[in-house]
Design a protein around this ligand. Structure first.
Ligand code: DNO
Length: 358
């Protein structure tokens, strides 16, 4: 297990690599080339520059989150094969740069969905939250407008303004895409990229849909144990794996987190660990501190299942609360994620020692 933190690059992140290093708990960085659009090739020198920047700060570039998949690939549009060829070239360049983990998602139109970015908790901290009634009343094309003023001046991944400006067009592209078609398009994509992943030992780690059910009538296929199994079985290559994002997958309380970790043995290449508090069944939830008692999930149980199934990839504390007056990208401030990293390292040490592996 390598403890990592997501970093958005010095032009976009309020948190510095030096601060991350000084947490003492975090050794690896998960980053991306922020300005690349889906369908563009990442050149080797651009990748090496990012890697050098991270290494010069005394940290290790543990993986990429994300190399985004274009809507043409997701919908089997006319540019699909061109975009897949660009994706393969990018993977080849990442492999040449000795980077072996790529997180991506196959969510239509919207990446993760929240209805509030700064819900106030009783102690004055703020958290991101989701309310199904708000979604049900909302015109999806206005989704971005409702949250854009709460981003603390940052550009949130998956919610890039250029992309959101085309939201009407995007809905049009997905109008004939149902779950089966989305699965077929994912299979086509994975089969095309597996040879380059085999050649360079690149682990592809699909991110679950967040929330783990259909929103605005769009299909969502990485949202339950049965669907994850279908995804793994349809391309049975160990490089076809998963980002175990428990805060996304766990939005659906019918998903058994620990059983899923066990089912995914050997196919979890990356883990996002966070906790949620549910206020009205699954219709209203908010992100809590990582600590088990602050939310719903058994954090120790999940970490133990990861340990026992031999997980050895990068792990990162996921969305944190905004505390101590910090102004940062919602979910991605330094302070609460550092507390999360410390807590997860503590759990891991105790689980490891109890298992008498030391
Ligand atoms: C949100 C993130 C997602 C994730 C992408 C992966 O905070 O977990 O934006 O990075 O879905 O492609």
């Amino acid at each position: 297990m390598e403890m990592t933190m997501r970093w958005y690059g010095k032009e976009h992140d309020t948190v510095t690599l030096e601060q991350i290093r000084q947490t003492g708990y975090v050794k690896g960085i998960i980053s991306t080339l922020y300005n690349k659009l889906p369908g563009e090739v990442w050149e080797l020198d651009e990748i090496l520059a990012l890697k050098k920047e991270v290494e010069d700060a005394g940290l290790h570039l543990a993986g990429i989150e994300s190399v985004n998949v274009s809507d043409a690939i997701k919908t089997a549009g006319p540019d699909r094969d061109k975009d897949i060829a660009a994706y393969i070239k990018t993977l080849e360049n990442l492999g040449k740069a000795d980077i072996h983990l790529v997180c991506y998602n196959f969510m239509p139109v919207f990446d993760w969905t929240r209805t509030e970015l700064d819900r106030k908790r009783e102690d004055g901290s703020t958290v991101m939250a989701y309310n199904q009634d708000v979604i049900d009343r909302m015109d999806p094309k206005k989704m971005f407008d409702t949250i854009k003023d709460d981003m603390n001046g940052t550009v949130m991944p998956g919610w890039e303004p250029e992309r959101m400006a085309k939201v009407q067009e995007l809905f049009e592209m997905y109008k004939d895409i149902d779950e089966d078609k989305l699965f077929d398009n994912l299979k086509y994509f994975l089969e095309a990229i597996m040879p380059v992943c085999d050649q360079y030992n690149i682990n592809m780690a699909i991110h679950p849909d967040d929330p783990a059910w259909s929103v605005f009538g769009l299909p969502r296929i990485i949202s339950s144990q049965a669907k994850l199994k279908r995804m793994m079985d349809m391309v049975p290559n160990p490089h076809n794996g998963v980002t175990f994002c428990m805060g996304s997958y766990g939005t659906n309380l019918n998903n058994d987190l620990i059983a899923t970790v066990r089912m995914l043995k050997g196919r979890i290449h990356f883990a996002h660990i966070r906790n949620l508090r549910f206020n009205d069944g699954m219709r209203d939830f908010e992100e809590s501190a990582h600590l088990s008692e602050d939310g719903t999930f058994d954090m120790h149980g999940v970490m133990k299942a990861l340990y026992e199934t031999g997980f050895d990839g990068p792990i990162r504390p996921d969305h944190g609360r905004m505390i101590w007056g910090e102004k940062a990208m919602p979910g991605y401030g330094l302070y609460d994620r550092a507390l999360g990293a410390a807590y997860l390292c503590g759990l891991w040490e105790s689980i490891r020692k109890d298992a008498r592996k030391l």
